[in-house]
Design a protein around this ligand. Sequence first.
Ligand SMILES: Cc1cc2nc3c(=O)[nH]c(=O)nc-3n(C[C@H](O)[C@H](O)[C@H](O)COP(=O)(O)OP(=O)(O)OC[C@H]3O[C@@H](n4cnc5c(N)ncnc54)[C@H](O)[C@@H]3O)c2cc1C
Ligand code: FES
Length: 344
Amino acid sequence: MKPRVRREAEVAEAAGEGGRKVRPKARGAESAGGAGQARSCEPLLVEAELRASRVEGAAGEGEEGRAGDGPGVRLVTLTLAAPELARRAEPGQFLLVRTALASSLDPLLRRPFSVCDADPERGEVRIHFQVVGRGTAFLAERRPGERLDVLGPLGRGFSLPRWLRPGEEVLLVGGGAGAAPLPLLALRARAAGLRPVAFLGAATLQALPLAEVLRAAGAEVHLATLDGSAGRRGTVVEALEAWLAGRAPATGPRLLSACGPRGMLLAVARLARRFNLPCQVSLEERMACGLGACLGCHCGQQLAELRAAAGWEEKPAPEPAGVGPRVCADGPVFWLRGGEEESV
Ligand SMILES: Cc1cc2nc3c(=O)[nH]c(=O)nc-3n(C[C@H](O)[C@H](O)[C@H](O)COP(=O)(O)OP(=O)(O)OC[C@H]3O[C@@H](n4cnc5c(N)ncnc54)[C@H](O)[C@@H]3O)c2cc1C
Ligand code: FES
């Protein structure tokens, strides 16, 4: 079945759900978050058929909620038939997915998920998420053949700057389900002739299903688990720090890209400063419109803290009138050090 694709006017109306109709800025437009990062200029609203659903997770009883990635965590991977999204999506961009039946407006707001993988040949996109509440629980119950209402791709994604040379290492760091955008970034890095080295952390091995996906994408994968069930015992940042400390600066990695919980990103930012690595991170805030209109996803304070930790020395770009940087339109990916954002 072919997915139905709606165009811009419909998109803005559906996405707004109370917000203003806006036309997102074109690729490469200036913003508070930097320039030249990947984004497509016209998001699409697609009714995508669910091709596959996989639920994994750590064994044991646990409460749903943002309780971390320990026992009881449910991790879901959904594969959607959406050829145009697959063709356009860039690493680090996200999709807004409706999490209610067609007959219901509850919950009203779509939920954001990073594009985990995009395969233009198969016409498929994949998202990977942790069940934390109503919206994600709804999606976890969907079955192949059902259709999901998806808006995207949205936001500014990760960059692979032109100054990277073939054969150079690029570091990808992810915590828990926050690592979702890394497989597509690893694929693009490989395609650009780079060597992606991924560090993944979680409470326990079962909460790390993306490790295999990243290996399949061509990345060298290092794991860290709090219970020691896989890789180094401890946090992913400790594993990364030990690895970086053992590298000669001249032959070490040239770029650090990270996504995960705030505490992890702060620790990554400090490592970027200590090892003098250009660093880009994907941020999360609760979202409403997803198009920059409702101003509901400010991340100015979070970004300032991260940039301070990373030793940001340049004057930040001017903010849009009256607004701080927004995760949905100026991010979700932001540079923490330097302005070398030109993409390959
Ligand atoms: C750009 C972006 C990309 C994202 N990509 C992914 C992804 O690839 N995989 C993934 O697992 N999650 C991702 N998230 C987070 C995901 O959107 C939320 O977990 C989801 O919206 C929760 O919906 P829910 O209805 O299940 O939970 P709710 O019932 O809305 O909330 C449940 C609990 O989760 C907390 N929560 C909800 N949304 C967020 C948020 N955005 N940030 C922090 N806490 C939140 C709430 O405060 C509450 O405690 C992303 C968020 C953003 C902004
Ligand atoms: S969610 Fe509306 S501005 Fe970001």
